[in-house]
Design a protein around this ligand. Structure first.
Ligand SMILES: [Zn+2]
Length: 126
């Protein structure tokens, strides 16, 4: 059959030259692109009242609280509105962290939005 002779050729093309995010960093979520992303940015701006969640000035940038490269999710709960200067500062901080070994030390990024254990306990008591 002629089809059989085609198979080895297809095999050589493979995906080895096309490095997807999944193959480079398994488990890392790719950020949303296109219209879905725009819609979500708008909803986060509304949620955060158009205000920078760090300094309270006018927010313009939707930021990943825990960056995707550090294992953060692409969910709205992992996003916040920041102004340009706070976003720049955070990006620089993260670049330093990433260069210095990444995933182990992302706790500093979680900030005030991290769910506290105290909250959970108050539900259980009584
Ligand atoms: Zn700010």
């Amino acid at each position: 059959m002629k089809l059989v002779t085609l198979k080895p050729r297809l095999g050589t093309i493979g995906t080895s030259r096309v490095q997807t995010l999944q193959s480079v960093r398994p488990g890392i979520v790719e950020r949303k692109r296109g219209s879905a992303g725009v819609k979500e940015r708008e909803s986060i701006k509304r949620r955060d009242c158009g205000v920078c969640q760090s300094c309270g000035r006018l927010g313009r940038v939707v930021d990943h609280i825990v960056p995707l490269w550090a294992g953060g999710s692409d969910d709205e709960s992992n996003k916040q509105l920041l102004c340009d200067s706070c976003h720049d500062a955070k990006t620089k901080r993260e670049a330093t962290q990433r260069a210095g070994g990444g995933q182990k030390s992302t706790a500093f990024l979680l900030g005030h939005r991290a769910p506290s254990h105290a909250d959970k306990k108050s539900h259980i008591s009584n």
